[in-house]
Design a protein around this ligand. Structure first.
Ligand code: 9MR
Length: 547
């Protein structure tokens, strides 16, 4: 028992849409026969069902029985009850059931803002002074400049650390922009309570622009992109304003340049209606970046000696070229970009770990397939068939795997892997609205929000049992008990790279249990922009498409 609720009943701790598949998982149930769903207030049963036969799940390392209550579609607040086990956490069934979590995951970005104070009226108890103005950042020799400094303000902190990384600004921006492109009305003005609220523009675009503004500063005069802005090492677990280590502009390379080119080219379409001059600046910058990459097609980044902050060291640029070429073509309709696209042998199959280094091919495909009329003969059909085939394979995997999600190898940031597969299913659903795709997405979200082997909703502040000790410097360094809300923990990581850094794991944990709610656990319990990004996409998608 966990307080008055049993943590042996795993389920989406926020809730389910009325027509969704609804499953809870009972662990160590000792072959219980029946379960009921009870009204949260009256505790009266509103639904009764039989549990599945007991089975053993290897990835989760558990004996389980499944409670399927999909038939219950009356809106309300409920618990699951199992004799001998007790009551589950409360959950809702309702339309718009994930709207708060969706807005929360976008608001999480606001809390990551560098270079401005978070005022109490917007940040509540997580208000804090300004950190990292980044107005005079020294060039590290790896940037190609020997001396001097530049201003590179704004942007979001990448993660639990205070670094700002071009790759991992552009990749999340690509996913955030995709949501805006697919659902232009997704968030209006005055929905996020951020400083820009009330300016007559979408709060979502205001928030995304804060990051876009920063990443634009990272372009060198020749068009190439510096790789990152960090200190030599990570700070202690202190607040932003107490973190005063000298920061540097570090490296310059093909992956950062192409990811930027893609995001900036997409930014053109996203911001055009709102601010044509800004949009044009983004497109001009994107073209310049792409041209640099064509002349410098193989500049990989490795941390220079003495620098130990995140490397994001990609070495294969095919998917970055594909994504950048796709977005530039769609924004300019200049067929040279299309001719340069390597369209042969596109790899539609998702493999665990496809993320900041290799998910770009999917982002390119998602953008292109939405613009059928702009594509040469046969290309649309190929993209559509590829995405549907990829989604079909994921649906099939999820049906066979523990907790109804498609990942069978749990690596660093595995929660984002689950959500990145969901994004493929979401795109498939938009191309062909088959229920199986929508249900696949919903069950991926159920996993992240509590229907998993740890029994946690991995999104801080959303759900009953959520991480309290994320690896996040502000959350560790402030005096507030609860961590900053709306941030997604990376999730189980069977590689345990932090096991010798003060993290205590249970002995030989099952892959899906390789996670601990401990502050030093940078390999399992850190938060990161590219994890909030697919979460945001998926929650926004579900709010639009689920009933
Ligand atoms: O997400 C990244 C993961 O794929 C890598 O294995 C790991 C080690 O290089 O780095 C992760 O990214 C971190 C980045 O390097 C620095 N900021 C925090 C990121 C999330 O942990």
């Amino acid at each position: 028992m966990d307080g008055i609720y049993s943590d042996m009943i795993r389920l989406n701790q926020i809730g389910y849409y009325p027509k969704a598949t609804k499953k809870a998982v009972i662990v160590e149930s000792k072959n219980a026969g029946k379960f009921s769903v009870v009204d949260a207030t009256t505790k009266e049963a509103v639904f009764q069902g039989s549990l599945s036969e007991p089975m053993t799940w290897e990835l989760a390392g558990e004996q389980v029985q499944v409670a399927d209550f999909s038939e219950l579609n009356t809106e309300g607040e409920y618990h699951i009850f199992v004799d001998g086990i007790g009551y589950s956490y409360p959950f809702s069934i309702g339309k718009k059931v994930l709207r708060k979590a969706f807005l929360g995951s976008v608001k999480g970005l606001y809390y990551q803002r560098a270079g401005m104070a978070l005022e109490e009226q917007y940040a509540g108890k997580w208000h804090r002074p300004m950190g990292h103005p980044d107005d005079s950042i020294l060039f590290h020799p790896s940037s190609g400049k020997d001396t001097g400094y530049m201003a590179s303000p704004k942007g979001w902190y990448d993660a639990g650390d205070y670094g700002k990384y071009v790759l991992n600004a552009s990749f999340p921006l690509g996913q955030f922009f995709q949501l805006q492109e697919d659902y232009p009305e997704i968030i209006g003005d005055n929905e996020l309570n951020i400083p820009e609220s009330g300016n007559g523009q979408s709060d979502y675009l205001d928030e995304l622009r804060y990051e876009m503004d920063w990443v634009l500063t990272m372009q060198d005069t020749d068009g190439g992109l510096f790789h990152k802005l960090t200190a030599f090492g990570f700070e202690d677990m202190i607040m932003p304003h107490k973190s005063v280590k000298q920061r540097y502009i570090i490296g310059k390379g093909t992956a950062a340049t192409l990811d930027f080119a893609a995001a900036a080219a997409k930014a053109y379409r996203i911001f055009l209606a709102q601010d044509a001059t800004y949009a044009q600046n983004c497109l001009d910058a994107a073209k310049k970046a792409y041209a640099w990459a064509i002349s410098n097609p193989e500049v990989s980044f490795v941390n220079p000696e003495g620098i130990i902050t995140g490397q994001y060291g990609d070495t294969n640029f095919d998917d970055e070229f594909f994504w950048a070429g796709a977005e530039l073509y769609l924004s300019t309709r200049d067929t040279t970009y299309l001719d340069n696209l390597k369209k042969d042998n596109l790899n539609f199959a998702y493999k665990p770990g496809d993320g900041w280094a290799s998910y770009m091919r999917f982002l390119g495909m998602f953008s292109l397939v939405k613009q059928k009329d702009a594509l040469p003969d046969g290309f649309y059909e190929e993209l559509k068939a590829g995405i549907l085939g990829s989604a079909d394979a994921l649906v099939k995997k999820a049906a066979a795997l523990d907790y109804f999600q498609p990942i069978d190898d749990f690596q660093w940031g595995s929660n984002s892997d689950v959500l990145n597969t969901a994004m493929i299913m979401a795109q498939a659903y938009q191309l062909e609205p088959k229920e199986v795709y929508l249900k696949g997405v919903q069950q991926a979200v159920d996993y992240v929000l509590g229907n998993n082997a740890m029994g946690y909703s991995y999104l801080t502040g959303f759900g009953t049992k959520t991480p309290m000790f994320i690896h996040h410097r502000q959350s560790a360094g402030d005096a507030v008990e609860e961590p900053v809300p709306g941030l997604l923990s990376g999730g189980p990581n069977s590689r345990l790279q932090d096991a010798s850094s003060g993290v205590v794991y249970p002995e030989d944990p099952a892959p899906m249990k390789s996670w601990v709610d401990q502050e030093p656990s940078f390999a399992s319990n850190e938060i990161c922009l590219n994890w909030n990004a697919p979460l945001t996409y998926i929650l926004g998608f579900l709010e639009q498409e689920s009933h």
